[in-house]
Design a protein around this ligand. Structure first.
Ligand code: SF4
Length: 107
């Protein structure tokens, strides 16, 4: 859940290896190891600034995998991507990104 919105639902047995939402993946990379493996913990970029209530992905302002304009308008649907796995992200849903930037043009 991010900013009061369910962005991914997945069973706990496959969470670590099967998460696909950018926010979930960042959270998993922020889990410290013990004993420490020496790596710096991942942080979620930008300050906590959820997307406006007028539409778009709630995680768009902080998403490192942002796809462009498509992420800024409308409601991103929660899509079933597998057994007991739902994701609210165009990357995971396979939704065509028509008119969006090329894959190398992400911000
Ligand atoms: S819909 Fe777009 S902004 Fe939202 S998590 Fe997916 S790639 Fe990032």
């Amino acid at each position: 859940m991010y900013a009061g919105t369910v962005v991914e639902q997945i069973d706990t047995a496959t969470l670590i290896s099967g998460a696909t939402h950018p926010y979930t993946k960042l959270l998993i990379r922020a889990i410290p190891s013990y004993p420490s493996d020496g790596r710096r913990l991942e942080t979620v970029p930008n300050e906590s600034r959820p997307q406006s209530m007028t539409g778009g992905c709630v995680f768009a302002a902080r998403c490192p995998e942002h796809l462009g304009e498509i992420c800024e308008v409308g409601d991103v649907p929660l899509v079933t991507t597998g057994p007991r796995h739902e994701v609210r992200c165009y990357l995971a849903s396979g939704t065509p990104v028509s008119g969006g930037p090329a894959s190398g043009d992400r911000r």
